[in-house]
Design a protein around this ligand. Structure first.
Ligand code: GLY
Length: 404
């Protein structure tokens, strides 16, 4: 009898140990993978910093056909992503060298807080300095965030209720879906200053965009042109997609991220519903590959013989991780499963570059603009930025930390 009990106990113990080591292994494995990619990211971005440091006023843009690093200055909408990535990696690693580089490249954004000729100021200043401010509480960064928000608001037309994306001459008022991303700067500026104006403009822009940019199936147009005298819609077009009626992958990613972020900031259910509609469009799309990294446009007739856009995959991944926290558990699990697949895909050797290759960028296979024959199947700084952001978000969930 005693022997039988002992054997039963022993078997149960083995069983429990196996089960617990199995469940530990599952989350440990993904946590190990995330930590490993973040550690490699620190190394790769230090290599990148050393190269870019020598180029006065420059930021990494992409690579050419011979793998030479190409640079941009603050006239590129992408210039803030490199300092922003360094800030994220400093937050993770506490590495002093990474902090110094983050400060150095953030300083190169000087003056952009005053720019009123671009709506990309949210990408530039907020993605560039926002995390830096959270980590350091540097008063200069705070002042720049506030000033950048004021500059962005000069582009708001109350008749239309939107911020103008591009300056295309008198009477032409284009608004692109990408502009949803710049609203985060406005929400942050309202919180920092207590001035509700920034937030009101963000909400107006999000509401008008929700009304005019989306199709019934949850997908969105890239550009909506408005009549600036009466606010009516003049035309719906694309600039970076395959066709006016197609679904440009990064545009869908901006929409998903934008409305998820707007829900975080306002708790308005309409934004949550909009984010979920976009998520449903993307996740149930018959041309979304099994590894969940979209082709550059869901409607390119050459699919599957065309390019993936890993940057869209990284933005969608980061957004889904956040969205998973705002919905019932079963739905959230579905979003997180897709995000996990995306993280694993992006972290695999198919997308994640070996250290010292890929011009010291992290992620391969992104598309800037197909119609312009520009930056096709190359590394891009925003892919790295949103990939690192997604890794950090997923890591927080594993560690039981809140995202915001
Ligand atoms: N205009 C921003 C983008 O290419 O997504």
């Amino acid at each position: 009898m005693k022997l039988k009990i002992n054997i039963t106990f022993f078997l149960l113990l083995i069983c429990a140990t196996t089960l617990s080591s199995q469940s530990r292994t599952a989350s440990d494995t993904i946590l190990d993978m995330i930590n490993n990619r973040l550690d490699l990211g620190v190394k790769q971005e230090i290599h990148m910093s050393r190269e870019v440091m020598m180029q006065q006023g420059k930021f990494p843009l992409t690579i050419d056909k011979n793998n030479n690093l190409l640079f941009c200055d603050t006239t590129s909408w992408t210039c803030g992503f490199f300092p922003g990535t360094l800030w994220y990696l400093y937050g993770y690693s506490n590495n002093k060298q990474v902090k110094q580089y983050a400060q150095l490249f953030s300083n190169r954004l000087e003056g952009m807080q005053n720019a009123t000729n671009t709506h990309d100021i949210g990408f530039i200043v907020y993605c560039g300095l926002g995390e830096g401010y959270r980590l350091t509480k540097d008063a200069d960064y705070r002042a720049k965030i506030e000033k950048a928000a004021q500059s962005l608001c000069t582009r708001f037309n109350p008749i239309i209720g939107c911020i103008k994306s591009w300056d295309r001459g008198k009477g032409v008022y284009p608004v692109i879906i990408d502009n949803m991303m710049n609203l985060e700067l406005l929400f942050e500026a309202s919180k920092l200053t207590g001035n509700p104006k920034f937030r009101e403009i963000a909400i107006s822009h999000a509401n008008v965009t929700m009304k005019n940019h989306f199709r019934k199936d949850g997908s969105c147009y890239h550009v909506v042109f408005y009549n600036s005298d009466n606010g009516t819609v003049v035309a719906r077009k694309t600039r970076q997609g395959y066709a006016d009626e197609s679904s440009w992958a990064r545009g869908q990613a901006w929409a998903l991220y934008g409305y998820t972020m707007c829900y975080r900031e306002t708790k308005k259910l309409a934004y949550l519903r909009q984010a979920q509609k976009v998520a449903a469009f993307i996740l149930t799309h018959p041309r979304l590959p099994k590894d969940k990294i979209p082709y550059w446009d869901f409607d390119d007739p050459n699919i599957p013989n065309t390019y993936r856009d890993a940057s869209a995959g990284a933005v969608i991944c980061s957004a889904l991780i956040e969205l998973s926290q705002y919905v019932p558990q079963a739905v959230g699990r579905k979003y997180l499963n897709v995000a996990k697949t995306q993280l694993l895909t992006l972290s695999s050797s198919s997308y994640f570059a070996r250290i010292g290759t890929n011009g010291n960028f992290l992620i391969k296979h992104n598309v800037g603009s197909m119609p312009d024959n520009l930056e096709i199947d190359v590394p891009l700084p925003y892919a790295d930025y949103y990939y690192i952001e997604a890794l950090l978000r997923y890591r927080k969930l594993i560690l039981g930390e809140t995202l915001f």
